[in-house]
Each structure stands twice: as C-alpha cells, then as structure tokens.
Design a protein around this ligand. Sequence first.
Ligand SMILES: C[S@@+](CC[C@H](N)C(=O)[O-])C[C@H]1O[C@@H](n2cnc3c(N)ncnc32)[C@H](O)[C@@H]1O
Length: 263
Amino acid sequence: MIEKHSIIKLRIEKQSKGVKFIHQPNKSASCAVLLLSVIFNSTHPNNSLPFKQFIIWNKRFDVSSKKGFLDGFIVREKLNNWNKMAEYILFYTFDNSWKLKEERKKRNISQQTIQREILSKNGNITGWYSNIETGKNLPTKETIKPITKHLGLTIEDLVPKYHNLKKDHSVWNYDFDNDKKEHETQKPISLIENIISHTTDENDIVLDCFMGSGTTGVACKNLKRKFIGIEKEKKFFELSKNRILGQYNKESDLKNHFDKKFY
Ligand SMILES: C[S@@+](CC[C@H](N)C(=O)[O-])C[C@H]1O[C@@H](n2cnc3c(N)ncnc32)[C@H](O)[C@@H]1O
C-alpha cells in the first residue's frame, strides 16, 4: 500500500501521546496517512489528525548551485506546462488539544466556565475556548490565562515547539549536498534535520519506512534521535547501513548510541 517517494516520519511521544508524520503527496502516501490516522485515532480517541502545512522545497533559488542546471530544463518556446522545480511536503500532526478536554472532564468544568473569562469587545461570550479544544486555534499569552487557572495547563503543554511562525515559513531553499549522490532521490541532510528538529526531542524514535540512502538515519545520529529504518532494495539497505555507520567514528560512540541491529 505504501510505496516509494514517501517520507513518513512517525513520533510517539511518551508524554503528550501525540503522533506526527510527514509525507510527500502521492496516492500511496495519502493511503499511509489515512492508515496511520485510523490506527492512532483508535488508540487516542480524543485526538484527530489535522493537516497543518503545505511545505515547498524550492530547488531553484538564486544562490543554488543547481540553479543553472535547472534553468536548462525550462523550455521557453511553446510552453504549455510548468517545469517541476520543487518538491512538496504535507505536514500532518496530532496536536495536544486533547489534553484540554481530558482535563476539563476530569475536573468537571464546563466550556462556558472558561469561555466567559475572555469576552468579546461587546461583552459577549465567544468561541475562543472551543476553537482551542478542537485544535482549530492555539492559545495565546492572553487566552492561556483562564486555561491555566481552571485546568492547570500551560502554553508549553499545548503549543508544539515547531510552532514558530515568526521565524519559520513554508518555502524552503535547500541545495543538494556536495557529497556524492548515491541514490537518485537522496535528500539534503539539512532538510531532513529541519523536519526532525522541529518535531522531535532528543532520544525520540524516528521511523523512515523508505530509507533510500539512509539520510534520515544520518540526520538522527547528528541530532541524537533514535532511528528505525526500512528499505526493500538490498543495495540501498547496504548503502544506508554504511552511511549511518560512517557517522559513528569512535567505538564508544557506537556502544552508547547504536545497538547494531540490521536485518
Ligand atoms: C524516495 S527514496 C528515499 C530517499 C531517501 N529519503 C534519501 O534521502 O536517500 C524511496 C526508497 O524507498 C524504497 N521503497 C519503496 N517501496 C518500499 C517498500 N514497500 N518497503 C521498503 N522500502 C521501499 C525504495 O527502494 C527507495 O530506495
């Protein structure tokens, strides 16, 4: 059901019970999203899997060393389509809004009790709280106050750490790595590191079911994450294994971080 050209990153958080994954849009990856959604919704019934962002990896930005090469693909005459100069990443994530409902039910507090502490300019009750509880909005410095007062939850409990809209945006300029490209669709390590550092903490486990050249495993080593990878082609499996092992220079490094299980 799940096939190539899909990056699926899966995180099981011990504390927030959240799961996050990312994929490039194609039919089978969409099936994967649906499948994971069904599995995790059954174990986390108060959660949903909202679509968060459409990210564009722009490969033809001005200072890219590949720009001239990619320019060559542009057919200037009789153009009846647009050349593909980007790849797309759909970002779905379970969020932490389920915590609100769980805590509210436990404490037997109604939505209105919290809601009436922040009224509209006309003094009317608004839907600010229910929008946060359904995951539509995130709390702000102001709207977190009644939530902390009644439910004991803080911004850190509810707002994912990737949510840094001032600094981060959805168009990414990444050049291919200068290393020899050993897989046709090898991704830049820094691109994968961006995804991993935004969505996981140190020692979290990252799963890549389509390892290819093992870029995700290399990024995990660099960022001190644990890694599980799957690859169906033996030659790419060996390539991934060697690339990841190559990141472990010292014997002690190997002992500490790596259980050397390859099947
Ligand atoms: C797009 S490439 C991944 C590239 C990788 N991100 C990198 O940076 O090198 C996808 C890989 O998934 C592998 N693949 C495809 N279908 C698979 C399956 N059903 N199970 C395991 N691996 C699969 C392919 O052999 C291919 O190497």
